[in-house]
Write a protein that binds this ligand. Sequence first.
Ligand code: NAD
Length: 499
Amino acid sequence: MQELTHYIGGEHVKGTSGRFADVYNPATGEVQAKVPLASQAELEQAVAIAAKAQPAWAAVNPQRRARVMMKFVDLLHRDMDKLAEALSREHGKTLPDAKGDVIRGLEVVEFCIGAPHLLKGEFTDSAGPGIDMYSMKQPLGVTAGITPFNFPAMIPMWMCAPAIVCGNAFILKPSERDPSVPLMLAEQLEEAGLPKGIMQVVNGDKEAVDAILYDPIIQSVGFVGSTPIAEYIYGTGCAQGKRVQCFGGAKNHMIIMPDADMDQAADALVGAGYGAAGERCMAISVAVPVGDDTADRLIEKLVPKIEALKVGPYTAGDDVDYGPVVTAAAKANIENLVQSGIDQGAKLVVDGRDFKLQGYEDGFFVGAHLFDHVTKDMDIYKKEIFGPVLSTVRAQSYEEAIGLALDHEYGNGTAIFTRDGDTARDFAARINIGMVGINVPIPVPLAYHTFGGWKKSVFGDLNQHGPDAFKFYTRTKTVTARWPSGIKEGGEFSIPVME
Ligand code: NAD
């Protein structure tokens, strides 16, 4: 049994709390490693090291900090297969999908190479007589991030790369379900030239999270995960005076208009609904065809595609569309929600309940499910299922369809499939959701734009990556400078105004 470590002060460090969590191979159901769960004292040790190392790192010029990111990109490419394998082994997603997880993080690292430009301040020459005014973007100091299981490479990189390139030290508390890739990223950053103590990984659960939230030295906390925990971390972190951004759960609707290309829409739904076993915050979990005829045509196209999905372990190679879900508990939760859908009167059009994979009977596999005639009051509509379950809610008009997405408590992503530009434009303008796809089912913005939902999918003001990340990880300081030769008279006693 492998015993995983923390990564503190540039070393792999064994846990000392005596508490561990099991790390599963979701394909076989076996426990393959134990991850240490940090105590408050272990977290504080990492914070002390970070606080000591950070000022020297902040003093390194931005170009040199960016060069660490350049080298980090090279190492991510060099180690791509190794990273993807470690990721799939603990998460369960297919190898091509695991590589996508790494690449979507790598793209943000590439964006961070632009730090010298992005960190430039503003300058006003002669703001007044003999007076110049300039603003600087300075690092916060010691920052921390808490990440979910479903993107163990991408989301840690979305946080650590901008935090570090801005001159901060960063402490990552990754998901205890799949901690190996985050540990590898910390090693790679140091191989790329990052001084020890600037990127540390402290594994743990609520105890480590609370230690982060109440630590007086940590200046900011980034969180991605489920909404109840996001709400808790936002409230607690803000009450401690920290800068906090939290990204929560989702229930993403895709509206299919009568004029949509139905083959294209069905293909999009299958990929967006079942890819990564539905364990994506940008997965489409609700299909909203407009009109019964559209719904019938859509379901007719969807059923054979869903029934043909190949479910299996990542080791089966390219022949697999999606793998197991992450834990037995996640599987049980999905199965319970499917049962609630049946009990509450939805029609189960594709029934994945009997799915079994020979040789992998103990793995956490869930067959693909498709519901039709789902209504707003059902649990499968209200709750995030986070599994391979697509719910169809039939709307009789565009207004009813957009109303569903507008009224849902979550607002992470959404999509509309139509050939009508006017409808698409109206949808993009009126919808109260952060990321919108027009004939694009998973509209995850690229690294140089920003990522974030609205409503209960987010707590905080700034999005992830893109220019917002540079705002989140820096503080603005504005200097008004007048040189002694400019002071002609004695003191001034009324508030200075520029005349
Ligand atoms: P989770 O909320 O269970 O865990 C996320 C992190 O919080 C982990 O590091 C975990 O250790 C920690 N945590 C768990 N329980 C805690 C507690 N009681 N107190 C303090 N910390 C705690 O989420 P998950 O299951 O790992 O990830 C899936 C969720 O993340 C889904 O809801 C998904 O929609 C969401 N997600 C959102 C986005 C986004 O950008 N909006 C992206 C990816 C995932």
